[in-house]
Design a protein around this ligand. Structure first.
Ligand SMILES: [Mg+2]
Length: 111
């Protein structure tokens, strides 16, 4: 199953709008970032692993972080897709990259 950023935002807006606060969602995001750090430390041998599949754990913690990032955007009516394209375009120009996300997508769509 595929999902777009717009679909995830619509789902999370439905789920959180009207009761969740951006501060509360950010605190959840901070927790999830800590969980990502913990998995990465296990993968690097800096912390004992509990025997679980670290690749799966990393995937789930990244998904959790994306959930809260997208939720913060959703309850603030931020078009995350537009923001991603604009920030990538600006960063690509700033750092002299030979392509950007929009061009990458256009080129791959033509293939
Ligand atoms: Mg988590």
């Amino acid at each position: 199953m595929q999902i777009s950023i717009e679909q995830l935002q619509a789902y999370l807006q439905d789920r959180y709008k009207g009761w969740a606060t951006e501060q509360g969602l950010f605190m959840k995001l901070a927790e999830e970032l800590g969980e990502i750090a913990e998995v990465l430390n296990c993968r690097a041998g800096m912390k004992a692993a509990d025997g679980e599949d670290l690749q799966t754990q990393l995937a789930y913690e990244l998904a959790d972080a994306l959930h809260y990032i997208t939720a913060i955007a959703a309850i603030n009516n931020i078009d995350l897709t537009d923001a991603i394209f604009e920030k990538d375009k600006t960063a690509s120009a700033k750092y002299g990259h030979d392509t950007n996300l929009a061009l990458f997508i256009s080129r791959n769509a033509a293939k």
